[in-house]
Design a protein around this ligand. Structure first.
Ligand code: HEM
Length: 169
């Protein structure tokens, strides 16, 4: 059962971390389509894919990660336990990712998507408005930060269990 959960944990980790190269790829596509109706579809697609992969991957990571901690009898947020400091940091990083997602990314997406739909319904000539571009840029910045935190957790997950930090809080 532990290895099944580990498989799914890695699978969902790959799902959320795939958003990093996806963001880089979409940056180029948005730049090339700037000022055309395609720009709107690119921004819309990036929000939609980010929301889907982020939510499914994020929830899957927590369920599988929590399961691993449960079966492995590992503590939560145990900063005082040197052996599991890596996991305490991972769990805290995950909380920061949740705050970025629900506190920042989702409100930006909620504001942008109706504006994009409006612009597309109006024919989309001239591409995105400056307001839509500003919201898309903000989402890309938040997404990059979440991606860096996700990569931190991946490194902690791969190397953490074998690290001896010789420190405890
Ligand atoms: C952004 C969020 C996260 C990412 C990207 C992530 C990624 C990873 C990766 C790549 C591994 C290494 C798997 C391997 O051994 O090859 C791992 C291990 C692990 N993760 Fe996560 N993780 C995340 C969040 C969490 C959370 C929230 C928990 C617990 C509540 C958790 C618990 C674990 C545990 C216990 C292991 C060790 C598995 C083992 O080696 O036996 N992870 N994680």
């Amino acid at each position: 059962m532990y290895n099944v959960l580990l498989f799914f944990h890695i699978f969902f980790a790959a799902m959320v971390l795939a958003l990093v190269p996806f963001g880089i790829f979409m940056k180029g596509r948005k730049a090339r389509s700037k000022g055309t109706p395609v720009e709107l579809y690119n921004i819309q697609m990036e929000f939609a894919v980010g929301r889907f992969m982020g939510m499914i991957g994020g929830i899957g990571l927590l369920i599988a990660g929590g399961g691993l901690a449960g079966i492995g009898k590992m503590p939560w947020f145990a900063f005082g336990n040197e052996q599991f400091l890596w996991l305490a940091v991972k769990q805290s990083v995950y909380v920061v990712v949740l705050i970025l997602n629900f506190g920042f990314m989702m409100p930006v997406g909620k504001k942008a998507m109706p504006l994009i739909a409006q612009q597309i319904a109006a024919g989309g000539s001239g591409g995105a408005t400056d307001e839509i571009r500003a919201l898309a840029a903000k989402a890309s910045m938040i997404g990059t930060l979440m991606g860096l935190l996700g990569m931190t957790n991946a490194v902690l997950g791969v190397f953490g269990p074998s690290w001896h930090w010789n420190i405890a809080f």
